[in-house]
Design a binder for this molecule. Structure first.
Ligand code: FNR
Length: 380
């Protein structure tokens, strides 16, 4: 296993049809998903020579929490579809390698089970929140997360409704009991409702569920969130740092900074929500060009399509503090469980150290915009 692609290839051989469909699918014709990755290939380096590079430090902090490499696992649902142990594979792998896992609101295991899976109580975890439409229920959820010792809340803002993922819709989508053993079934949490018996009834009556696995998950969502109300509300119910996950344009990055959140994750949900949403790397580049002041007000991360150490270095050069990865960690744990997650981090660490040396830098704060250039041609 030399690259993340190697791990993905193994995962594709061992996963069920349903898991492949749910993990790899994206919206409509999956163009945004493909372009998320292709965007990285439009940025080229200006490597510097004759600089000392024997001592390289690739560590950083994310929302004040130490991370061994500038990468985190983005919250992605239903790890048990790919491996019987589910999300704790990522928890343990992250703990062993010193990176941070963001736990999905739609994890196969409960937030408590995942917290218990940490190697030690001091191992950091972030929580990805799908906000319930009822503030009281949402508040209860946030307080539970805080009590469990999670270190930050990533409020997902790009998925009030589920995108049109046709490969997922076509796949058999019933969630098996064992895949959701830790989840409440009383409707008390947003985005965590398995399909209900009457959904099946409706389908029998000829109304197909057109939302696939994702549609079964995104229920009770708050469809009326706003910068003015939702951010102050979240601040009032938690002391944890708050990040917005799913910022997709410069204007919203500016509004997020004005709203006083601690961080934004530029993301289009891995191309799974609005087809033709711009790749996060391009959004990052636009912020760098148009509103570089945003980088002084909050931490900026991106996710979507990053698969190589050089992808991460490009994002950091443009001002990102860290890069998230969704599918790579799902595939890694599907292929080899915890060991796959450890190997994923090792591969990325090696690629980042190598890339930094060849760029002529020895710490992540030396990665600056002058070291990259956006070209207007697309390599083959
Ligand atoms: C996701 N993503 C996601 N995001 C979120 O906020 N809550 C969630 O429950 C999920 N679930 C989920 C499931 C699967 C199977 C995928 C592939 C993605 C989006 C995820 O956090 C992240 O934004 C993308 O995965 C990043 O793109 P890459 O790295 O997968 O290309």
């Amino acid at each position: 296993m030399l690259s993340l692609q190697d791990l993905e290839d193994v995962a594709m051989k061992v996963m069920s049809h349903k898991a492949v469909a749910y993990y790899s699918s994206a919206a409509d014709d999956e163009i945004t998903n493909r372009e998320n990755a292709r965007a990285f290939s439009r940025f080229f380096f200006h490597p510097r020579i004759l600089r000392p590079i024997s001592q390289v430090d690739v560590s950083t902090t994310i929302l004040g929490v130490k991370s061994s490499i500038p990468i985190f696992a983005s919250g992605a649902a239903l790890a048990k579809l790919g491996h019987p142990l589910g999300e704790v594979n990522i928890t343990k792998g992250a703990g062993r390698t010193g990176i941070i896992q963001m736990v999905s609101s739609n994890a196969s295991l409960s937030a408590a089970q995942i917290a218990e899976g940490r190697l030690s109580p001091s191992q950091p975890l972030f929580f990805q929140l799908y906000k319930h439409g009822d503030n009281k229920i949402a508040e209860k959820r946030v307080r539970e997360i805080e009590q469990l010792g999670y270190n930050a809340i990533f409020l997902t803002v790009d998925a009030p409704v589920s995108g049109n993922r046709e490969r997922d819709i076509r796949a058999p989508y019933e969630l098996e009991e064992q895949e959701r053993e830790g989840q409440p079934t009383d409707g008390q949490t947003a985005g965590e409702m398995p399909r209900q018996p009457d959904d099946v009834e409706k389908e029998i009556e000829g109304q197909p569920n057109l939302y696939g696995t994702a549609g079964a998950l995104l229920q009770n969502m708050d469809l009326d969130m706003t910068f003015k109300e939702t951010i102050p509300w979240l601040r009032s119910v938690t002391k944890l740092p708050i990040a917005l996950k799913g910022v997709q344009c410069v204007a919203d990055a500016v509004l997020a900074a004005e709203a006083g959140v601690d961080a934004i994750l530029l993301s289009n949900h891995g191309g799974r929500q609005l087809e033709y949403a711009l790749p996060p790397l391009e959004v990052l580049y636009k912020i760098r060009q148009q509103r570089p002041d945003v980088f002084d007000k909050l931490e900026v991360y991106i996710d979507g399509g990053a698969r190589r150490g050089t992808d991460v270095l490009k994002a950091l050069c443009l001002g990102a503090k860290a890069v998230g990865m969704g599918r790579p960690f799902l595939y890694a744990q599907s292929a080899y469980g915890e060991a796959g997650v450890v190997q994923t981090v090792r591969i990325l660490q090696r690629e980042i150290i190598l890339g930094m040396r060849l760029l002529g830098v020895t710490s992540v704060d030396q990665l600056t915009p002058e070291l990259v250039e956006r070209v207007d041609w697309q390599p083959l």
